[in-house]
Design a protein around this ligand. Structure first.
Ligand code: FES
Length: 153
C-alpha cells in the first residue's frame, strides 16, 4: 500500500492515521473504497502508449452497452471502454477528478460512481454529482471495424 493512498482511494489517509485504527475500522475503509462492478481489469500492453483492443478477443464489447476495464501496461488507474450504440466507443479514465479514487460502475443507475465521497459520472464521463467538479478524462478512440485504439501517453 502507498503511504499516501492506502486503499487506492486518494491521499486522504496517512500512515499515522492508519496505525491508530482498529483492524475492523481498516476493513470498513478498504471495503468502502473498493470500486464496484468493473469486472476483471485486463492488463493490456500499450507500446508507445497505444492501446489496441481487438473486438474478436473481447466479446464484452460485442454488443451495445458492453464495457471492459483495462489497464495500460499494468500501470495507473483503470480505463473503462464502453460501447455505445452501433460502432461508437469511448474510453474513460476511472481516476476520480475529486481526489483520485478509482471510480466503479453502478449497475442500477447505469452511471459511474466513486466509492470514496460519492461523486457520480455519466457513461460519457460527464460530472453528474460532486464533490468532483470536472468530468472524467476521456481518450480519443478510433475504431476501424475490428480494433479499438486509443493513446494513453
Ligand atoms: S475521490 Fe472523492 S468523490 Fe471520488
Amino acid at each position: 500500500m502507498d503511504e499516501q493512498d492506502p486503499c487506492g482511494c486518494g491521499p486522504a489517509l496517512s500512515r499515522r492515521s492508519l496505525l491508530g485504527m482498529s483492524a475492523g475500522a481498516m476493513s470498513v475503509i478498504a471495503v468502502g473504497c473498493a470500486p464496484k462492478n468493473l469486472g476483471e481489469i485486463r492488463d493490456l500492453q500499450a507500446p508507445e502508449g497505444m492501446v489496441e483492443i481487438t473486438l474478436a478477443d473481447h466479446p464484452e464489447l460485442a454488443q451495445p452497452g458492453g464495457r471492459l476495464a483495462v489497464r495500460a501496461d499494468g500501470k495507473g488507474k483503470p480505463i473503462l471502454v464502453v460501447r455505445g450504440n452501433g460502432d461508437e466507443f469511448s474510453a474513460l479514465s476511472l481516476k476520480c477528478t475529486h481526489l483520485g479514487c478509482t471510480v466503479g460502475f453502478d449497475e442500477s443507475a447505469g452511471e459511474l460512481a466513486c466509492p470514496c465521497h460519492g461523486s457520480r459520472f455519466s457513461l460519457d464521463g460527464g460530472n453528474l454529482k460532486g464533490p468532483a467538479k470536472k468530468p472524467l478524462a476521456d481518450y480519443n478512440v478510433k475504431f476501424d471495424g475490428t480494433t479499438i485504439s486509443f493513446k494513453v501517453a
